[in-house]
Design a protein around this ligand. Structure first.
Ligand code: SF4
Length: 337
């Protein structure tokens, strides 16, 4: 169980990451704000999800946390120390990644044991016997039979490969795990096993885990807190059950409506109110969601809403209170004309 009163394991303050973009040969260079003024505290031992569609900035945020992408402005603190002040080796002992595709993240020419041991060989002066002992311990922890130690990644299933990747991430005993869509390349039948493994390991080792996903249905029972991102910004943040039962931001409502119920006889609703995604290099003024939002007003088209407390969650929407009251009175989500 995490302690939300202690110093956070991870503190993001107004983090911004932008890239120069040029839309045409003769046009002036613009900026793509992949991550835009994101502030977030994550407690030690907390398992939090960051969700949103492709291009919302969640994977850029993962790269930033791993030290693979510098921030344009803002600060990130890991266990009270600025990320920029960590050496690469120190950072490897604080944060480790688990990526989407275990096959491309493992070295196909090295055995399972060598893949798992790689971070130790690079950074610790341990004897071969000590390294082998640590590898065996960690293989047991991720339920990977020791007989696989001399196998190669190509001889394993997708789920087994992801267990190797998890073991490699844990071998340095990091404090924080950044899981970037760790199950989306796996068969549905294996996904649940890997998700359960990640959740159990996080609890057992008191790891702080950042779980990045485009799929809201995956995170519902996995994490206690969810941050929903849209075009680089956090638009809703709160307890996962609160977000699922009472989504306040219209974009979160859209994501939840897009989850199909597990019923083969279910037919897709004939109309959606999604007006399509905007160009991230040229986001609309005001609230970036306004072209897709059925509740948009003139204020929404000119003023960017801040992330503010809204009931038991935090929401970036000018109209959250009216939408909440209207839904509580039995109103249905309107359709775009
Ligand atoms: Fe919709 Fe306006 Fe809220 Fe943006 S601020 S989500 S446009 S109601």
């Amino acid at each position: 169980m995490f302690d939300s009163t202690a110093e956070p394991a991870l503190r993001l303050c107004d983090v911004e990451v932008s890239f120069p973009v040029r839309r045409g040969f003769f046009s002036a260079a613009g900026k793509l704000h992949a991550v835009n003024k994101v502030s977030l505290d994550v407690a030690r031992g907390e398992f939090i999800s960051i969700v949103g569609e492709s291009g919302c900035g969640k994977s850029t945020l993962a790269k930033v946390l791993l030290g693979l992408q510098p921030v344009t402005s803002g600060t990130i603190q890991i266990n009270g120390k600025n990320l920029a002040d960590y050496s690469r080796k120190e950072l490897a002992y604080q944060v480790q990644p688990i990526f989407q595709d275990p096959y491309s993240s493992l070295n196909p020419r090295k055995s399972v044991a060598a893949n798992i041991a790689l971070p130790l060989i690079l950074s610790e002066k341990l004897t071969a016997r000590e390294i082998r002992k640590r590898v065996h311990e960690i293989m047991e922890m991720v339920s990977l039979p020791i007989r696989f130690e001399h196998s190669y990644p190509s001889q394993m299933s997708g789920g087994q490969r992801q267990r190797v990747a998890i073991a490699r991430a844990l071998i340095t005993r990091p404090r924080i795990l950044v899981c970037d869509e760790p199950t989306s390349a796996l068969d549905v039948s294996v996904q649940a096993q890997i998700l359960n493994l990640l959740r159990d390991l996080s609890r057992r080792l008191n790891l702080t885990s950042i779980f990045i996903s485009h799929d809201l249905s995956v995170v519902r029972h996995l994490t206690r807190r969810v941050a929903v991102m849209y075009l680089g910004r956090v638009v809703e943040l709160g307890d996962s059950e609160e977000i699922f039962n009472n989504p306040r931001h219209p974009y979160t409502q859209l994501l939840i409506r897009s989850i199909l119920p597990p019923d083969p006889t279910y037919r897709l609703p004939p109309v959606t109110w999604d007006g399509g995604g905007p160009d991230p290099t040229n986001p609309p003024p005001g609230c970036h969601f306004n072209p897709r939002c059925p509740y948009a007003t003139d204020l929404c088209r000119t003023a960017l809403p801040a992330l503010i407390k809204a009931g038991d969650a935090h929401v970036a929407c000018h109209a959250w209170h009216d939408i909440d009251a209207w839904r509580a009175a039995g109103g249905k989500t309107p359709q775009l004309s």
